[in-house]
Write a protein that binds this ligand. Structure first.
Ligand code: UDX
Ligand code: ADP
Length: 479
């Protein structure tokens, strides 16, 4: 079989960009991305795509309507496909056995059942969503139990390693593509089919083929080890703040050791995003299920350190503001979990906002890409707040940073957006209450310059001096 027709179940952060790049690089393959959500598909077919990702608009424009289609007609897409990607969501369970740890596989199972109900010819079914080890077995069980006569399935694991904000570049220049499959003639043939898709732009030497379970576990392992580096440097940031060392200098010195390397050593307010925490919890759950309790406890520490970092940072904000933020106004710059995305899943900004609101502050939020409705949804989510009305009355969302910071007592920088570096902080300072505070949770600002202006500055992993000559201590902003 030569793959001519691909269907992708799930038009989210993984399915959308991945299949757009496949369509762009494989003009002779028809790629149809389907989703249960009518709204999401309408957005993919509109001028404003449902996700912000640098470079994505151009790729979609180049192939949409030619060999790339977004549709809710799941049945036709499955019937026509030779190869089906499952790119549905796998959130952490919020109920029942494995609550707070195990991934909720109901969407993966739903997708497998749809394929089983609809398919009338042989299919290669590819897990793209991050799943627990041996999930492929469950998918195969569902498909085999509902198999029509004459229809056969091959299940492959092909985890996606793209990071949000750099997804298109990551897809185009992947360090490696990983494909796991069954060690049988049919399994090897299916692996070859998927290899031939990627070989349109990825050199064969960068396509790694393994057994299914290694592939599934490698995805969890990669995310766990990346997150572990961040927790490690964040743990050292606390030591730096108490000793006078500077965590950026430490990270540079350590990262220049070629055995360690420099990436993912940027100390921060804590890691966020839909993957790191979820995948580590998934790994912990697997270890606990296998009675590998020491291993589970080891990985749990990576998450605990991240929680500690978020709480430590927010506690520092409150402590610096004379131990109370009740009735004060605080500006939050950035709400996305990292720059160049509008995604807020597990964003540390949510933790900061929640704590400040619990302590009685009013908050002004500005993020270049996150939709207002998303911020309100996040902060009024039942897991975050008990009284949504109270949140709505104390949270204001702004279209620019100058209006968001005007009249506030403090700025808390939660996301490392480039534009935050280029602002006129003299102008911002003038508009703020005095003393004016800046808490740089991403270590991106010029702290010396801010101190010179008169700001009280706090950051991660470095003790900073007080303002040299406070220019204005009146409690009113001079706008
Ligand atoms: C991650 C993995 O990088 C990717 O391979 C996988 O497919 C999905 O999960 P993503 O969550 O999109 O990607 O972004 P990533 O760049 O990994 O950042 C995750 C979080 O870690 C962000 O909150 C980021 O700000 C934070 N981070 C990253 C740090 O705090 N310090 C760093 O040095 C790097
Ligand atoms: P990810 O970040 O993993 O891509 P998202 O939540 O952004 O996750 O996207 C997953 C998408 O999968 C959602 O748009 C959801 O509606 C869709 N989805 C879930 N189950 C199915 C299914 N059985 N068929 C098609 N789409 C599905």
């Amino acid at each position: 079989m030569v793959v001519k027709n691909i269907c992708c179940l799930g038009a989210g952060y993984v399915g959308g960009p991945t299949c757009s790049v496949i369509a762009w690089k494989c003009p002779e393959i028809k790629v149809t991305v389907v989703d249960l959500s009518k709204e999401r598909i309408a957005q993919w077919n509109s001028e404003k795509l449902p996700i912000y990702e640098p470079g994505l608009d151009d790729v979609v424009k180049a192939c949409r309507g030619k060999n790339l289609f977004f549709s809710n007609d799941i049945k036709t897409a499955i019937l026509d496909a030779d190869l089906i990607f499952i790119s549905v969501n796998t959130p952490t369970k919020t109920f029942g056995n494995g609550k707070g740890r195990a991934p909720d596989l109901k969407y993966v199972e739903g997708a497998a059942r749809m394929i089983a109900d609809i398919a009338q010819s042989n299919k290669i079914v590819v897990e793209k969503s991050t799943v627990p080890v041996r999930a492929a077995e469950s998918i195969l069980n569902i498909l085999s139990a509902n198999q029509r006569p004459g229809v056969s399935y091959q299940i492959l694991s092909n985890p996606e390693f793209l990071a949000e904000g750099t997804a298109i570049d990551d897809l185009l220049h992947a360090d490696r593509v990983l494909i796991g499959g069954e060690d049988s003639p049919e399994g090897r043939a299916a692996i070859e089919e998927l290899c031939s898709v990627y070989e349109h732009w990825i050199p064969r030497k960068n396509i790694l083929t393994t057994n299914t379970w290694s592939s599934e576990l490698s995805k969890l392992a990669a995310n766990a080890m990346l997150a572990q580096r961040i927790s490690s440097i964040n743990s050292l940031s606390a030591v730096c703040e108490s000793t006078g060392a500077d965590v950026s200098e430490v990270a540079r010195a350590v990262g220049l050791d070629s055995r360690i390397g420099s990436k993912f050593l940027q100390a921060s307010i804590g890691f966020g995003g839909s993957c790191f925490q979820k995948d580590i919890l998934n790994l912990i759950y697997i270890c606990e299920s296998l009675n590998l309790l020491e291993v589970a406890a080891y990985w749990q520490q990576v998450i605990d350190m991240n929680e500690y970092q978020k709480s430590r940072f927010t506690a520092k904000v409150i402590e610096s503001l004379f131990n109370t933020v009740s009735g004060k106004q605080v500006a939050l710059l950035g709400f996305a979990f990292k720059k160049n995305t509008g995604d807020t899943r597990e964003s540390p900004a949510i933790h900061v906002a929640k704590t400040l609101l619990d302590e009685g502050a009013s908050i002004n939020i500005y993020d270049p890409k996150v939709e207002k409705s998303q911020i309100i949804d996040d902060l009024t989510n039942p897991s975050i707040c008990e009284f949504p009305e109270q949140v709505k009355s104390r949270v204001k969302i702004f279209e620019d940073a100058y209006s968001a910071t005007a009249g506030t007592h403090a700025i808390v920088l939660c996301t490392e957006w480039d534009e935050f570096i280029t602002y006129d902080y003299n102008r911002i300072y003038k508009g703020m209450m005095k003393p004016a505070f800046i808490f740089d949770g991403r270590k991106i600002l010029n702290h010396e310059e801010l101190i010179e202006i008169g700001f009280h500055v706090q950051t991660i992993g470095k003790k900073l001096s007080r303002p040299r000559s406070p220019r204005c201590w009146s409690s009113k902003p001079n706008i």
